[in-house]
Design a protein around this ligand. Structure first.
Ligand SMILES: *[C@@H]1O[C@H](CO)[C@@H](O)[C@H](O)[C@H]1NC(C)=O
Ligand SMILES: *[C@@H]1O[C@H](CO)[C@@H](O)[C@H](O)[C@H]1NC(C)=O
Ligand SMILES: *[C@@H]1O[C@H](CO)[C@@H](O)[C@H](O)[C@H]1NC(C)=O
Ligand SMILES: *[C@@H]1O[C@H](CO)[C@@H](O)[C@H](O)[C@H]1NC(C)=O
Ligand SMILES: *[C@@H]1O[C@H](CO)[C@@H](O)[C@H](O)[C@H]1NC(C)=O
Ligand SMILES: [Cu+2]
Length: 541
């Protein structure tokens, strides 16, 4: 190109072209392009979603407005489903009855709310010029998007019930108490086929009196209730306490304008969020795991909302736990990201993530329910000290370190467990010690689930996650939008607390074993493993 533009405009043009080229290249590579938060999307007039997830057209509401906090709303207390009284139950049932009776042209109807969720994740929304659809799972916007989806769901029910004090309940599946059954599919959602809270597409093994399996790959389990209670508690501890002391670990990978799909969810999105979806969904439905186990249809099931209220509640609890880094990401690509929803009057409204961090300002709170999992179940009386499953003395540990090779790029994780050594860098005072596996190649059409153990090469698919060597899980829930990406993922989990608990924090290397199982054990390319120090939110690394 000639130099005929002699004022600054050529430079600007070049700069613009460079930025556009970088954006397109990063779209092709699916890389994180830091710098531009996603703008509030406009909903398409023509439906591009493969699952027909389109909002009623034409739009008949007011011009889209920017969300503002309403300080005059009464403070709503979201209570556990298992503790609702008769009046609260009657109101909830009435609310869903009204929601179901709205016409298909009303964007507030239950099926249109399910479509809105689907629109945001199943090839529904493309920004102009973008080759990838918007995706709200598998990255750091998962929690804020769902918080506001629930907020407007609650406001819509309040409007239909003509009661501003209406509060959604939460499904307290993290409570493993034996006296009060909080961790079964709640009775009011599961016992009466004529109830508005009933949904026919559900797993036959998720019915009363079975308790939830927070580490499921769907379907049924042979485990006893006592085994499940202990495993659920330890799994919660690992995913939320030991494994995720930073925003990067808890919220997941960064996602910005132009990014293709999520690079990887936080520990919590994978499991228990994803696993509870899979546990409720029907593995025998024509679309396997309908409704809850498919993001395209999950929000048709009224249990979606108390499930996500519990997810939202655990976000608020996570922040109060000890640790200097338990705070939201503060990068502008997170705080300035915006979404569009329908409010209680069926008008479109856009919301910025920075507006919704403080739930008190949104005028709701969660009623407390004890969280025994924060102390690994010890206070729940399951055990005072947890014996390791693979005891090893120092010379055996040293011998294992010497004998175990590092991961190579050729290694694949199939049906056999995969064990490798990861050297630890010099200790740092900045941030927390994290195992990072990069370049994981998941076939986005299939589910994938693995568990990870420290210093325990002899694990198999029956090894319980209650072993203290268990330090994290990877759980990929396929959905239409994601299937196209077929991209590399990253998995990160903090290791320090587990190493201390195992008495193995003073070794130069760690030994990691991954065991994959589920209905489709795919040969996964695992990429590269290394130890990094995570100082988020101060840095993205
Ligand atoms: C089931 O729900 C319907 C609709 O709300 C109600 O009329 C009926 O009484 C309920 N049946 C039982 C056994 O609770
Ligand atoms: C959230 O907002 C409330 C009400 O203004 C305020 O009292 C509280 O300090 C805020 N919390 C945080 C963490 O900023
Ligand atoms: C479960 O919830 C009930 C309140 O409904 C509470 O009494 C109990 O302590 C909780 N148990 C655990 C283990 O969280
Ligand atoms: C690590 O600490 C344990 C217990 O204090 C000790 O027995 C072992 O020899 C130490 N190992 C190394 C490599 O320093
Ligand atoms: C984010 O928070 C960290 C920790 O409080 C702080 O060090 C950093 O400067 C903040 N970054 C921004 C962009 O505000
Ligand atoms: Cu979702």
């Amino acid at each position: 190109m000639g130099n005929f533009l002699e004022d600054g405009s050529r430079k600007d043009l070049t700069g613009f072209k460079m930025r556009a080229a970088v954006l397109i290249l990063s779209q092709i590579l699916g890389d994180f392009t830091s710098g531009v938060p996603i703008p509030a999307p406009e909903f398409p007039e023509k439906c591009t979603s493969e699952e027909n997830c389109c909002m009623p057209y034409p739009y008949t509401g007011k011009p889209v407005r920017q969300f503002t906090i309403d300080p005059n709303l009464p403070l709503r207390i979201r209570r556990p489903v298992h503790k609702l009284n008769d009046d609260e139950i009657a109101k909830l049932e009435k609310g869903y009855q009204l929601l179901r009776s709205l016409s298909e042209s009303d964007p507030r109807s239950l099926s249109n709310q399910a479509k809105l969720h689907c629109l945001y994740c199943d090839n529904g929304i493309y920004y102009p010029g973008m080759i990838w659809p918007l995706e709200i799972h598998n990255h750091w916007l998962f929690l804020p998007w769902h918080r506001m989806f629930l907020y407007f769901h609650e406001r819509i029910l309040a409007e239909l019930l003509d009661d501003d004090s209406f509060a959604l309940p939460y499904w307290n599946w993290d409570n493993q108490s034996e006296e009060e059954v909080a961790n079964t599919l709640p009775d009011i959602y599961a016992s009466n086929r004529s109830s508005s809270l009933w949904n026919h597409n559900r797993n036959k093994c998720a019915q009363q009196p079975n308790i939830v399996n927070l580490n499921t790959v769907g379907g049924c389990t042979e485990k006893t209730p006592t085994e499940l209670r202990i495993e659920n508690t330890r799994l919660m501890y690992t995913q939320i306490v030991s494994g995720a002391p930073t925003p990067r670990l808890f919220f997941g990978q960064a996602y910005s304008y132009g990014d293709g799909g999520g690079h990887g969810p936080g520990t919590f999105e994978d499991n228990p969020h994803g696993t509870v979806h899979l546990w409720v969904g029907d593995p025998d439905a024509p679309n396997k795991f309908d409704d809850m186990g498919n993001f395209g249809r999950a929000a048709r099931d009224p249990i979606f909302y108390p499930h996500h209220a519990n997810i939202d509640r655990i976000w608020t609890i996570w922040k109060t736990m000890p640790g200097k880094q338990r705070m939201e990401p503060n990068h502008t690509d997170f705080l300035d990201a915006s979404f569009t929803y329908y409010d209680e009057n069926a008008d479109r409204v856009t919301v910025k993530v920075s507006q919704i961090i403080n739930t008190t300002l949104l005028r709701y709170e969660y009623e407390e329910s004890p969280t025994a999992w924060i102390t690994n179940g010890q206070k729940a009386g399951y055990e005072n000290s947890i014996p390791v499953c693979n005891p090893m003395n120092p010379s055996q540990t040293n011998a294992m370190i010497i004998a175990t090779p590092e991961l190579t790029i050729q290694d694949k994780l199939g049906a056999e467990p995969l064990t490798f050594r990861v050297p630890r860098p010099e200790r740092s005072d900045v941030g927390v010690e994290v195992l990072e596996i990069e370049g994981i190649k998941v076939d986005g059409r299939f589910q994938s689930h693995w568990e990870a153990y420290l210093f325990f090469p002899s694990v198999d698919i029956n090894t319980p996650v209650s072993c203290p060597e268990f330090f994290g899980t990877f759980n990929f829930v396929p959905h239409v939008g994601q299937a196209q990406f077929n991209r590399d993922r990253v998995w990160r989990v903090a290791v320090k607390d587990k190493l201390v608990a195992l008495g193995k924090d003073n070794y130069t290397d760690i030994i990691v074993t991954l065991v994959q199982f589920g209905p489709n054990v795919q040969p996964l390319g695992i990429g590269k493993a290394r130890i990094v120090y995570d100082a988020s939110p101060a840095t993205l690394e």
